[in-house]
Design a protein around this ligand. Structure first.
Ligand SMILES: [Zn+2]
Length: 266
C-alpha cells in the first residue's frame, strides 16, 4: 500500500494520542513517548493493520508490566535495570525492527514485510510475557549458564510459568496479528514460531553474554548502574555494551530473520 498524506496525518494524530496517554499514565517516559510517536506514525502510515497491531501489542505489554507491579518489584528490585516505565531506548529496542518493516512495506507490497514485522513484535511480546508471568507467578528461575537456581528477574534464566507465558504469548499475539489483518491465517504458526525463536535467543544471549554489574556494598550481581542501595556498581562480567536493551533488539532481529529465512527456504 502506498502511504497518502491524509493517511499519514491521521496516523500521526492517533499515534500522538496513544503515546500521550501512555506518557500520562506513566507507562512511558517523555523520551519514550517521542520514540513511540515516531514508531507509531510510521506504522499507522503503513496502514490500519500495522497501526492496530502495534497499539494492541503496546497496550497488552504495558498492562502486563503494570499487573502486580508491587509483587514483582519486591521480587526483582535487586536485579533488574528498569521499572515499568519505558524510555526511548527500550521503545526502539522493541519496536524499531517493526517500524523498519513498516517502511519496507511501502516498497514491497507482498506479505513478506508484514510477516517479518509481526514476528519481530511477537518475539518482543513473548519475551516480555515470559518475564512477567515468570515473575508474577513466582516461578523458580534456573540459570542456563550456571545450571542452578538464581534470583527472580535474572536475565537468561528460565522457569516453568515463564516458558508457558512465552509460548502462550507468542501464539496469542500471532493470532491477534491475523485478526488485525496484518498477516494471513496461514502465517500464524510461522509468526508464533519465529516469536518463540527470538525470545529463546534473547534468553540464551541474556544468560551467556549480557552485561552484568556488581554492587560492592551488597556484594551482589545486578543489572542496575546505580544499585537500589544507592551505591554505584561496576562492570562484572559479560559483554559491556550488551545491555538488556541491546539483547531485546537482538530478540526482534532474530525473530524477523527467522521468519524471512523460512519464507525464503520454504
Ligand atoms: Zn547494593
Amino acid at each position: 500500500m502506498m502511504p497518502t498524506w491524509s493517511g499519514a496525518a491521521v496516523g500521526t494524530g492517533l499515534a500522538a494520542l496513544v503515546a500521550g496517554t501512555a506518557w500520562r499514565a506513566g507507562s512511558l517516559s517523555r523520551g519514550g513517548a517521542v520514540a513511540a510517536l515516531v514508531t507509531g506514525s510510521i506504522a499507522m502510515s503503513a496502514g490500519r493493520p500495522w497501526g492496530l497491531f502495534l497499539v494492541i501489542w503496546f497496550v497488552s505489554a504495558s498492562l502486563a508490566s503494570r499487573m502486580g507491579r508491587r509483587t514483582k518489584e519486591a521480587a526483582t528490585g535487586d536485579v533488574v535495570a528498569k521499572g515499568g516505565q519505558r524510555d526511548a531506548t527500550q521503545v526502539l529496542a522493541n519496536g524499531g525492527v517493526f517500524a523498519l518493516c513498516a517502511l519496507w512495506s511501502f516498497l514491497d507490497h507482498g506479505t513478506v514485510p508484514a510477516v517479518a514485522g509481526a514476528s519481530a513484535l511477537v518475539a518482543a511480546g513473548a519475551d516480555t510475557l515470559a518475564t512477567e508471568t515468570g515473575t508474577l507467578w513466582r516461578g523458580r528461575p534456573w540459570s542456563l549458564r550456571t545450571r542452578g537456581p538464581v534470583p527472580t528477574g535474572t536475565s537468561g534464566a528460565v522457569s516453568l510459568p515463564g516458558t508457558f507465558g512465552m509460548v502462550g504469548g507468542a501464539l496469542l499475539l500471532a493470532f491477534v496479528a491475523s485478526v488485525c489483518g496484518l498477516i494471513g491465517r496461514a502465517d500464524i504458526a510461522l509468526v508464533a514460531l519465529s516469536g518463540v525463536v527470538g525470545a529463546v535467543a534473547d534468553t540464551v544471549i541474556g544468560a551467556f553474554w549480557q552485561a552484568r554489574r556488581w554492587c560492592p556494598q551488597c556484594e551482589r550481581e545486578t543489572e542496575q548502574a546505580l544499585h537500589r542501595c544507592g551505591v554505584a556498581t561496576h562492570p562484572w562480567r559479560g559483554v559491556a555494551w550488551l545491555t538488556n536493551d541491546a539483547v531485546n533488539l537482538a530478540c526482534t532481529i532474530i525473530g524477523a530473520l527467522f521468519a524471512l529465512g523460512v519464507r525464503i527456504v520454504v
